[in-house]
Design a binder for this molecule. Structure first.
Ligand code: NOJ
Length: 562
């Protein structure tokens, strides 16, 4: 139940969709996606069955890290549009029963933010303490051994004032000093500013990292094989400090004063589920926290069973888990988990969207977009550019949305060169998959409709059923899902009577399930005792719903006051 209204939070059982704005749809022909493009794409999301849209950074920025280096927390990047466009987008989404979340970056600003420009002016500057400054080590050089995300020293010397400043990311992204109460006050105002404009909440960047050790102790060396290690160090002092929980208790009270309460969704980049659980607090911190142990699990029945089971075991019953498998920092799941194979991708989509909790899809997941090879000379991401570090080039997962099967994927007006190369839009595009009732897009729409009917508005109960080593069978609310993560046929028992859908377009779903269900290689089947789709709309089992806009009534009204 939510803080004030006593209603179930709208994100329970919901589907959020991450729009990487620069790559979604370019309406002004500059090669970058923009907010008007997001507005144009809303009908697609509404048709698909999305409840909320998370926009990648929209605030003004010099774009050293494509918006994750904010130079003004209260504006809109001119390349993406204007404040009016953002207001219009929130309203247009609301009319389609969708909420809008902004990306909030509280760990650092751009070095071109007016606070930092002022702060580096002198040691007595008004905003000096907004950032983390330290004297050189006794023998000279950086104050300690901390490394930034490129593997270089996390400290840059500021000649003018003779001190180092801290940056956990690029040197042009100075970290804010969360030991300073004025930083808390300033960011609280930022939250209120956007909530007053009608946004429904925030995805919080680097949610685990705001605080640093007050004594600036060296990070210890990482033990071989410890997944938390980064460039040979365990970042337990430069990040991951427990003091951050106070911020989220404070923000939770702040967002709880809105009706309905606004949503705080943390980018909690932690690899232990026990640590992940701490971000939900006692129901008084983040309402949603990204589950990276799930994201980075191997795509095997054993690994998924284990991480999903442990997630439910670790989280309180009232804590809503998140299932997400692609984003703008990592390889897309169609590549990372599925090597571009259709059957695996369809199975992955089926399990992702039938787990209890909240699902977050990344743009293009619904058509099976894969990573795109971006030649070194066309790479745009400074943090992961080849040669700079051994990281995965994030550009591979940020290429333009493939709307149409043409040269620039229908992303930009003809003749315009998109900011990143377009993937194989002839093989995968929204337009072609809309015409094909057996496409992944059609399957995804079907799954989201089923999800809304069966799992929407709640955190349904999850339990695992016995199955062979390569099969994963689970009950999710009234659904029983059987997935065969192997190259061989398999049989499972214990599923429900009625086959609602299969990830395999060839299966005759009208046949129903007997005591034993045969599964094809890389097939997932969703079963239920009563076919929910048949029940809800009169359409036959396994047939595709009409899916026209407005055919699904919103669970709760959405408006600008939200
Ligand atoms: C996490 C964001 O997802 C990533 O894209 C960014 O580079 C870092 N945080 C720094 O803001």
């Amino acid at each position: 139940m939510s803080e004030q209204t006593g209603e179930t939070p709208w994100w329970h059982g919901a589907v959020l969709y991450q729009v990487y704005v620069r790559s979604w749809r370019d309406t002004d022909g500059d090669g970058y996606g923009d907010l008007r493009g997001v507005i144009e794409g809303l009908d697609h999301l509404s048709w698909l069955g999305v409840d909320g849209v998370w926009l990648s950074p929209t605030m003004p920025s010099p774009d050293d890290d494509w918006g994750y280096d904010v130079s003004d927390y209260r504006g809109v990047h001119p390349e993406l549009g204007s404040l009016d466009d953002l207001d219009e987008l929130v309203e247009a989404a609301g009319r389609r029963a969708m909420r809008v979340l902004l990306d909030l970056v509280p760990n650092h600003t751009s070095s071109r933010h007016e606070w930092f420009i002022e702060a580096r002016g002198s040691r007595d500057a008004l905003h000096r303490d907004f950032y983390v400054w330290a004297d050189p080590a006794p023998g000279g050089g950086p104050p300690n051994n901390w490394l930034d995300h490129t593997g270089e020293a996390a400290w840059t010397f500021d000649e003018a004032t003779g001190q180092y400043y801290l940056h956990n990311f690029l040197p042009s992204q100075p970290d804010l000093n969360w030991w300073n109460p004025e930083v808390h006050a300033a960011l609280r105002e930022v939250l209120d500013f956007w909530l007053d404009r009608g946004v429904a909440g925030f995805r919080i960047d680097v949610a685990h990292g705001l605080y640093k050790d007050a004594r600036l102790r060296d990070d210890p060396p990482a033990v071989e094989g410890d997944r938390r290690g980064r460039y040979g160090l365990l970042p337990v002092y430069s990040s991951h400090r427990p003091d951050v929980h106070g911020v989220y208790r404070d923000w939770r009270a702040l967002v709880g004063r809105r009706a309905p309460p606004a949503l705080l969704l943390g980018e909690t980049w932690v690899l232990e589920l026990a640590e992940l659980a701490t971000f939900y607090g006692r129901g008084d911190e983040l309402q949603l926290a990204f589950n990276f142990p799930f994201v980075f699990a191997e795509f095997t029945a054993t690994a998924l069973r284990s991480v999903v089971g442990e997630t439910f075991a670790r989280l309180a019953d009232t804590a809503c888990p998140i299932w997400m498998a692609s984003n703008h920092d990592i390889s897309r799941f169609a590549t990372r988990w599925c090597q571009g194979d259709d059957a695996r991708t369809r199975l992955a989509m089926t399990v992702l969207t039938t787990l209890p909790g909240t699902v977050v899809l990344y743009y293009g997941d619904e058509i099976g977009m894969t990573d795109v090879d971006v030649p070194a000379e066309l790479q745009r991401d400074a943090m992961s550019r080849q040669g700079r570090s051994d990281r995965f080039s994030r550009d591979r997962a940020r290429t333009p949305m493939q709307w149409e099967p043409d040269a620039n994927g229908g992303f930009a007006p003809a003749g315009v060169q998109p900011w990143l190369p377009v993937g194989d839009s002839a093989a995968r595009s929204v337009a072609a998959q809309r015409r094909d009732p057996h496409s992944l897009l059609a399957l995804t729409q079907h799954l989201l409709r089923l999800r809304r009917l069966e799992l929407g508005g709640a955190i349904a109960a999850y339990s695992e059923l016995p199955a062979g080593r390569d099969q994963w069978v689970y009950r999710s609310g009234r659904l029983v899902v059987a997935a065969n993560l192997s190259d061989h046929q398999a049989q499972v028992a214990g599923v429900a009577r009625c086959v609602v859908l299969s990830s395999d377009p060839e299966r005759d779903v009208t046949e129903g399930a007997g005591d034993v269900l045969d599964l094809g290689a890389w097939e997932a089947v969703v079963t239920c005792d009563v076919d929910p789709l048949l029940h809800a709309s009169g359409s036959g089992a396994g047939t595709l719903p009409s899916g026209t806009e407005g055919s699904i009534s919103p669970r709760t009204p959405v408006g600008k006051e939200n």
